[in-house]
Design a protein around this ligand. Structure first.
Ligand code: URA
Length: 425
């Protein structure tokens, strides 16, 4: 077997054989297939696609490149959620302790932000003392003690995906349905969860910009999960505008704690509850209603235990950026658009995200939103507050907002998009 012949098969719109797929994933993980050869193959896959057999084999080969975890010793049903990535998407933070409070265990292996979408680990690291890196034994201990754990995936889990994802990020080959589906599902199946709810984001701030593409991605992932014995369901949810009122690490932790305290923005609460109900149903746990667990403080108790168990000081003040700059409404009328991608790039440029994997992020940087689409605004009224430790970035960050804020004449009808657009099971 050799890399050029595998690349040529896909370049010429052929089907890769099982043997070709097994070989190329294994050889790439071992460093025998070079990055430039894997980039060419990834681009051929992006352009020419893969059928379900190829995607399933590719996923399986990536799972076999590393270890598989097993939580059966817990004796409690496990349920996990994975989002395909969005702006202001802090849902994992309130969701994991909420589902734990309702009786399922949540082993959540999360990632860091890259590009305009935020990462759960970056958000939690803004809590003083909190540690993302846990050994397998520590992960089990946190899970036993608090019912939920959010941590980084160890190096042994789907190492082929770790290498390939970093390569795709710099070769313009992220947005390929077969590659996204196999990347996400290889990690989730290797993680060993019994049930999985996928939050497939749709809109300007997501990888999938339109519903038919998102439906195809969701169907592919649900099929892969079920074939591997994981009870998998997907919700397709709106990402045309940011979720909640914050985009940025510490800002989003603050908002998540508000949700756990029984408050928080309506869209964040609605999506958290919808995903919690799906996770519990997929795990076969029919005890407490998640809305009650937000009201009675039990979700907050699980959050405090989970964060403390990972070294976090739940009572410490969260970091605040050194400088703030207010963006006001340029005219009076109805705010009919606040574009998720524009706000995401703005937050990223303010320092909330990173351009390269090794870059640090600013814990306090990001965007606070004062008006959501559908609200009436008056000229000069604050719409956004931009937070950063590096105010020299304001102009660059503001450029990202150009065309991203739409104010229509007073009286313009506005129909809000539902948060949950579709469900695929
Ligand atoms: N998240 C992943 O883990 N992989 C992708 O390819 C896209 C989003």
């Amino acid at each position: 077997m050799d890399a050029p012949s595998v690349i040529r098969t896909k370049r010429d719109r052929g089907e890769l054989t099982d043997a070709q797929i097994d070989w190329v994933i294994d050889a790439y993980t071992r460093g025998e297939v070079a990055d430039e050869q894997m980039s060419a193959l990834a681009m051929a896959i992006l352009l020419n696609g893969m059928n379900l057999r190829e995607i399933s084999r590719w996923t399986d080969a990536m799972i076999r490149s590393g270890v598989r975890m097993d939580f059966s010793a817990l004796g409690v049903p496990t349920s996990d959620k994975h989002s395909t990535g969005g702006v202001g998407d802090k849902i994992t933070l309130p969701l994991a302790p909420l589902v734990a409070a309702c009786g399922a265990a949540v082993p959540q292996l999360s990632g860091r932000g890259l590009g305009h979408t935020g990462g759960t680990l970056d958000k939690l690291e803004s809590i003083p003392g909190w540690r993302a890196l846990l050994s397998n034994d520590e992960m089990m201990d946190v899970l036993r003690g608090s019912g939920a754990v959010i941590c980084a995936a160890g190096d042994g889990l789907a190492p082929a995906d770790k290498k390939l994802y970093a390569l795709r990020d710099v070769t313009g080959t992220v947005e390929a349905i077969p590659l996204i589906a196999s990347s996400i599902m290889s990690k989730k199946i290797a993680e060993g969860t019994g049930a999985l709810v996928l939050d497939v984001k749709v809109g300007s701030g997501a990888f999938m910009k339109n519903l038919p593409d998102a439906q195809e991605l969701a169907r592919t992932m649900v099929g892969l999960g079920k074939a591997a014995g994981v009870n998998t369901v997907a919700l397709l949810t709106d990402m045309s505008t940011p979720l909640g009122l914050t985009a940025g690490n510490a800002l989003e932790v603050r908002e998540s704690v508000e949700v756990l305290a029984g408050g928080g923005p309506a869209d964040v609460v609605e999506l958290t509850l919808a995903l919690a109900r799906e996770m519990l149903a997929a795990a076969g746990v029919h005890g407490k209603d998640p809305a009650d667990a937000l009201r009675d403080g039990s979700a907050m108790d699980h959050w405090r235990r989970m964060i403390s168990a990972q070294g976090g000081d739940v009572d410490a003040p969260l970091p605040v950026a050194r400088e703030q700059h207010v963006v006001t409404a340029s005219s009076s009328g109805v705010l009919t658009g606040l574009d998720a991608y524009a706000v995401g790039v703005c937050a990223w440029r303010l320092g909330a995200g990173r351009a390269r994997k090794e870059d640090p992020v600013q814990a306090g940087a990001g965007v606070e939103i004062h008006a959501k689409p559908g609200e009436t605004v008056t000229a000069g009224q604050p719409l956004l507050t931009l937070h950063t430790d590096t105010p020299e970035r304001y102009d660059y960050a503001m450029e990202a907002l150009a065309g991203g804020i739409t104010i229509s004449p007073e009286g313009t009808a506005f129909t809000p998009k539902p948060i949950v657009l579709d469900r695929i099971a």
